[in-house]
Design a protein around this ligand. Structure first.
Ligand code: PMP
Ligand code: GLU
Length: 382
């Protein structure tokens, strides 16, 4: 056979989640805190819309970037007055399409890191080069203007910016975002922004990059129903972008994805047109979990973590216990049946990501196991 012309490494978070689920299915009492997905049900209005859509036989193709009425629902809910709206099968295809349309061979894309597992591969699949710019551990892992300036060259085409951040839970403040916008303007870069955790911000109102009108001509802003409406498996996301970027992305999606799922689109329209209560109540649940888990972890010797402002992750430095984060996760799973994602999956070894996507009693049990593990680790070897 002729060789493959490209290999793509699988999503580590998705692989870890699958492995943990397999262990659970085989009867092991594993607490799975790997994949970041909401464990609560989607809003009833969305479910009813799917049932109705089925009864109405809405099972054919729909327009490649979504029907006019869901675009309107997105526009109203998000307050996106300018730009073209695009709907697709989750945030992932929209981000991949943006990378593919804006970047190509010879282009660099700046990637604040640690970052979401899929970003580097999305950029490579576009033929471009991911350039990691590491955030400052002393400042919530935010990436500074100075660090960005040092990484920018005449090959730099775009920045792929995530806020709130997976895996650290960091939320950028308005003045920090203003620096990012100004940096992009100075270097004439596209700003591909991923705000899928925008409704999971706990201590202050969320500031979207859309709130900077002078960013809009270069902003491709992506969001989805996966987290905010607990609909990850229904695969429905939305974006706003200026022309001609939006047309290019639309063309790409029409070939690569076809159209969004006709049923999921109805569900998303219903929840977007519903009141804000459902996403606010999700946020309250996760805020409480964050507090509980943080208070249980903060005094465990060898585990250093901060409370984090958003998303549903705690990011913990485990180097005092075991510098090899993958070894830490393997040993924890084997000894205490707690599954976490290693920091190296997000390009920063020595840390682990703890997704608080389980009810509080389960999180309390996970913390107790982690505490026991931290106290025992290495004792038998030595
Ligand atoms: N961006 C980030 C930062 C994520 O953590 C995820 C994980 N689901 C995605 C995008 C993908 O979202 P979607 O399910 O909408 O494709
Ligand atoms: N976004 C989630 C995570 O980071 C789900 C898995 C994935 O899409 O990679 O765990």
């Amino acid at each position: 056979m002729k060789p493959l012309s490209r290999t793509v490494s699988p999503s580590i978070t998705m692989s870890l989640d699958r492995e943990a689920r397999e262990l659970i299915a085989s009867g092991r009492d594993v607490i799975n805190l790997t994949a970041g997905q909401v464990d609560l049900p989607m809003p009833e209005a969305g479910k009813a819309a799917v049932r109705l859509a089925l009864d109405e036989n809405r099972t054919g193709y729909i327009p490649a970037t979504g029907s006019a009425d869901i675009k309107e629902a997105v526009r109203n809910r998000m307050g996106w007055t300018e730009g073209e709206i695009l709907i697709s099968a989750g945030a992932k295809p929209l981000l991949s399409a943006a990378a593919a349309c804006l970047c190509g061979p010879g282009d660099d894309v700046l990637l604040p890191a640690p970052c979401y597992t899929s970003y580097p591969e999305m950029i490579r699949l576009a033929g471009a080069n991911p350039i990691c710019v590491f955030g400052d551990p002393e400042n919530r892992f935010t990436v500074s203007r100075t660090a960005l300036e040092q990484a920018a060259t005449n090959r730099t085409k775009a920045i792929l910016f995530n806020n709130p951040v997976n895996p650290t839970g960091t939320v950028y403040a308005k003045d920090e975002l203003a620096e990012i916008v100004d940096f992009c303007k100075t270097h004439d870069l596209y700003l591909i922004a991923d705000e899928v955790y925008g409704t999971f911000v706990y201590d202050a109102p969320f500031v979207s990059l859309y709130d900077f009108p002078d960013a809009r001509e270069r902003l491709i802003l992506v969001n989805s129903a996966s987290k905010s409406f607990a609909m990850a498996g229904l695969r429905l996301g939305w974006a706003v972008a200026p022309e001609p970027v939006a047309s290019a992305i639309a063309g790409y999606l029409s070939h690569a994805v076809g159209c969004p799922c006709s049923l999921s689109e109805r569900a998303a329209k219903a929840v977007l047109e519903g009141d804000e209560a459902s996403s606010l109540s999700l946020r309250d649940v996760f805020r409480k979990r964050r507090g509980t888990l943080f208070s249980l972890l903060k005094d465990i010797p060898g585990i250093r973590t901060e409370r984090s402002d958003g998303a549903f992750y705690l990011w913990a430095d485990v180097r005092e216990i075991e510098p090899d984060d993958a070894a830490f996760c393997r040993a924890l799973l084997s000894a205490e049946s707690v599954a976490l994602a290693p920091g190296s999956a997000f390009l920063l070894p020595g840390y682990v990501r703890i997704a608080y996507t389980q009810p509080e009693p389960v999180l309390a049990e996970a913390a107790a196991r982690l505490k026991r593990f931290a106290a025992q680790y290495g004792k038998h070897a030595g």
